[in-house]
Design a protein around this ligand. Structure first.
Ligand SMILES: [Zn+2]
Length: 147
């Protein structure tokens, strides 16, 4: 098995970093023994990696260590803050449910209790609302079926 130039160039960077599987690395080795073009490519890649390694590491932004320490020292959320947050969520859900039932009363005679709302509840929507439009369609269908 051999590798062509395109395959070698695809694997050259990984080969240089020693990241190839041994059998794949051996194929690159064998190709490089006889291919000047890929050897030149390898030399350019090595020069590039050396130039990148020689670049100085960027300095952290000024004040970063102080900011990190300040963030670590910030007190954690108190237990009563968590309880207050949970309580306000529960109150919001209960209140929202109660108000919704007041605005759109659920008839009890369907036998399903309060869980399933009858479509009659939607007839109380204001003029021009989506509920009103939906209700008018259902009335039309009812008339067609009646004919
Ligand atoms: Zn080659």
């Amino acid at each position: 098995m051999t590798m062509n130039c395109l395959e070698v160039k695809d694997n050259l960077s990984a080969w240089l970093d020693g990241e190839l599987a041994p059998e794949v690395g051996a194929l690159v080795d064998r190709h490089l023994e006889s291919c000047d073009a890929c050897l030149r490519e390898l030399a350019q890649l090595e020069a590039l990696e050396q130039a990148l390694a020689a670049l100085p590491a960027p300095a952290p932004p000024p004040g970063l260590p102080q900011k990190v320490v300040a963030r670590l020292k910030r007190p954690p959320r108190r237990w009563w803050q968590s309880v207050a947050l949970a309580a306000s969520l529960v109150i919001g859900i209960v209140l929202g449910g109660t108000l919704a039932r007041d605005f759109y009363p659920v008839p009890q005679e369907n036998g399903f209790g309060t869980e399933i709302a009858s479509l009659e509840a939607f007839h109380d929507f204001p003029q021009g609302s989506m509920g009103m439009i939906l209700a008018s369609y259902q009335e039309d269908e009812g008339n067609e079926n009646g004919k």
